[in-house]
Design a protein around this ligand. Structure first.
Ligand code: GYE
Length: 331
């Protein structure tokens, strides 16, 4: 339901005009009507604030969906719980928002609540991750990243770096059943299958957070000396936790030591990459606000939004980076 916003400046001008005795010359009721603007009400259901990526993603959404841009933003932080996301969607339906934007924590378990949104006639736009539903018409569009393509960049780098040498990999997974985890894991596992000289020493669950990754990595390293070549972390914060644990246990990260691979490539990660502690940073662009707005504007104009919109992404090694480049990055 569109909300009416009276633009204060125009209202004040009308008041002044009437005080100056000009009101008789204009139809003030009509002008007031013209001074009103429809706000598009957008209910955003964010995963939480588990990573630097997530914080940048929320900021990008909040920067776009402002009253000045014609929106009323209802923002819910689900604190990394799917049940909170489901309750938030139900609340948005009751509030009769115009659009629901969902960053789904996991891929499964959405069919009924999305059906409720569909029955209420509210388009749902998936952002960042997506969902696995039987009826694809339960959501209108997806704006995010191609997580498999990201992981292919990491695999290509490993092929180029290690050639026929043995590669022992510690794999720290992100939140299980999230699109980012599924894509990044699938490509790695398939590549390990396809390379006789690659093996996964262990798979740990870091839940995309630094403390969890530090904890599981410490637990693994406490079992004794490991011959680790690569630690494949499914996001930056997991990489920070892993590095902390590795260094505590006497490993060197970088040149002549363990190669840490990270996804997101936020500023701190790029700085660690420039310092040599992170070998490869695969970019995952969190600045999705404007792309989401484009979808909403297309729908507002009666058009059909693209089913999938992927942000452009690349990867970085130390050689690609300078301090100035990192300083200029928006996230
Ligand atoms: O890589 C991670 C975040 O889904 C792309 O979630 C997102 C991932 C991102 O917590 O940092």
């Amino acid at each position: 339901m569109k909300r009416r916003l009276i633009i204060p400046l125009l209202a004040a001008t009308l008041l002044l005009l009437s005080l100056w005795g000009c009101a008789g010359q204009t139809d003030s009721a009509e002008d007031t009507e013209e001074a009103e603007q429809d706000l598009i009400v957008v209910g955003v259901c964010q995963v939480g604030a588990e990573s630097d990526w997530r914080v940048a993603n929320s900021e990008s959404i909040k920067a776009v969906f402002t009253e000045e841009n014609g929106y009323e933003l209802l923002f819910e932080d689900a604190k990394q719980k799917q049940e909170n996301q489901i309750s938030a969607i139900r609340k948005f339906i009751q509030q009769k928002v115009d659009y629901i934007v969902l960053m789904p924590i996991s891929e499964t378990g959405w069919d009924s609540v999305l059906q409720e949104a569909k029955d209420a006639g509210i388009p749902v736009i998936m952002v960042d991750r997506t969902v696995d539903v039987e009826d694809e018409s339960l959501y209108t569009a997806h704006v995010g990243s191609d997580f498999e393509a990201e992981a292919e960049m990491a695999v290509a780098w490993m092929e180029e770096t290690y050639g026929d040498d043995q590669v022992n990999i510690v794999h720290i997974r992100g939140t299980l059943d999230s699109t980012a985890q599924l894509g990044r894991t699938k490509v790695l596992e398939e590549a390990v299958e396809a390379h006789d000289n690659w093996s996964i020493l262990t798979q740990l669950d870091g839940d995309f957070t630094q403390p969890k990754s530090y904890e599981v990595m410490c637990e693994y390293l406490s079992r004794g000396d490991q011959d680790i070549h690569v630690v494949y972390c499914e996001n930056d914060n997991e990489a920070y936790g892993a590095i902390e644990a590795l260094e505590e246990y006497g490993y060197t990260c970088g040149e002549g030591g363990v190669a840490v691979i990270s996804f997101d490539a936020t500023k701190t990660c790029l700085t660690l990459c420039l310092e040599g502690k992170i070998a490869l940073a695969v970019e995952c662009n969190p600045l999705l606000g404007e792309l989401v707005e484009e979808v909403i504007q297309t729908l507002e104009a009666g058009g059909t939004a693209a089913r999938e919109t992927y942000a452009e992404e690349r990867c970085f090694t130390r050689e690609d980076l300078t301090e100035a480049f990192i300083a200029e990055r928006a996230y």
